[in-house]
Design a protein around this ligand. Structure first.
Ligand code: MN
Length: 345
């Protein structure tokens, strides 16, 4: 009754409420793939792949074409033996990590329905709620300050600020935002826009103005491990890897080479299997963790809410993409301001 008999992919296109700009990239829509795992007894588990060409090298038509292959790979497997399905899907780590994530989550969602235990409890039930930040995309200084003020007043205590296109303006923006939102915490994300030396200048200048940056994310190119290491030892703020940290093997190399203080885990880069490994790697080596997202709707954010609450592993949660998309809410969690609460069945 718990055997997988079918796997279906559906393309869902969601528009952003307004174009979302980060260093050297703008998104106006998310082409997500809703993945359904169908069991013999009629149970349907749901997951969502929000792919990224920029980070993962994924293209949507190529991912959609994997539907029948994935069906062939996991048909007949019993979702109660979910580790077997996780291991099979690890084969897609390099070529289709967002599909790997969606299939692994849909497997747990189906199991969750069968056994009547929510996914966050299957994963450990560590926390019953988490708090998310909200992101301010790159814009003019006046618009960014106004958005930061409004978002902070809505109850988001941690603001994620996108920078990385202009050092001088970025420093001015951070000082102005900090003056407008006293008491806020900032995760600053340069999305690979700086060199190590400009990033050091940014961090030292902003630190001297007492701006409360809690994490400085991916200042340099994903493959610049020497730059990350230089920064880690010269930035007053903790340095996080995002684009540099996709698989468990990437994170092992980052930690071994002393490149990071923090890792930003995203299910869309790692799937659940590598994300679970990274959690243990980071805990073992005293590296901090945050969890982020790509362009997931509430269906995809649901995956990270249950993962983050279940493992309880994250100091910061950046699970806000569903708030930026024009889409009906369909998550198995409740949201009250910045608080995300996985549903109890
Ligand atoms: Mn990032």
């Amino acid at each position: 009754m718990c055997e997988i008999v079918d796997v279906t992919f559906d393309l869902k296109t969601y528009e952003y409420s307004e174009p979302f700009r980060i260093a050297n990239n703008v998104e106006d829509k998310a082409d997500n793939i809703e993945v359904k795992v169908h069991l013999k007894d009629g149970t349907v588990g749901v997951g969502e792949a929000s792919s990224s060409y920029r980070v993962n090298g994924e293209k949507v038509p190529a991912l959609l074409a994997l539907q029948d292959t994935v069906k062939e790979m996991i048909s007949g497997e019993d979702v109660r033996n979910y580790k077997r399905i996780f291991d099979i899907m690890d084969g897609l780590s390099r070529t289709a990590p967002s599909v790997k994530a969606a299939v692994q989550y849909a497997t747990l969602d189906a199991l969750s329905i069968v056994i009547g235990v929510p996914v966050y409890q299957i994963l450990g039930g560590n926390k019953s709620k988490i708090h998310t930040d909200k992101t301010i995309g790159i814009d003019t200084i006046d618009i960014m300050v106004e958005k930061a003020r409004k978002t902070f007043n809505e109850g988001f205590k941690t603001l994620k600020i996108k920078i990385g296109e202009n050092l001088k303006e970025d420093i001015e923006k951070m000082i102005a935002i900090s003056e407008a939102t006293p008491g806020a915490f900032y995760i600053v994300d340069a999305n690979q826009g700086y060199t190590a030396k400009t990033a050091i200048q940014f961090a030292k200048s902003v630190y001297a103005q007492n701006v409360n940056v809690v994490v400085f994310e991916q200042p340099v190119m994903w493959n610049d491990l020497d730059g990350l290491k230089l920064l880690r030892y010269n930035s007053p703020f903790p340095i996080a890897a995002d684009e540099s940290a996709k698989t468990r093997h990437d994170v092992y190399a980052l930690i071994r080479n002393e490149c990071v203080d923090f890792v930003n885990i995203k299910l869309m880069k790692s799937g659940l299997s590598d994300a679970l490994s990274i959690v243990e790697l980071a805990k073992t080596t005293n590296i901090g963790l945050m969890i982020g997202c790509m362009g997931e709707s509430s269906v995809g954010i649901n995956q990270s809410v249950h993962f983050a609450a279940g493992t309880g592993a994250f100091a910061y949660h950046d699970l806000d993409s569903h708030m930026m998309l024009k889409a009906e809410f369909r998550g198995k969690f409740k949201q009250e301001g910045d608080t995300l609460i996985p549903n109890v069945q």
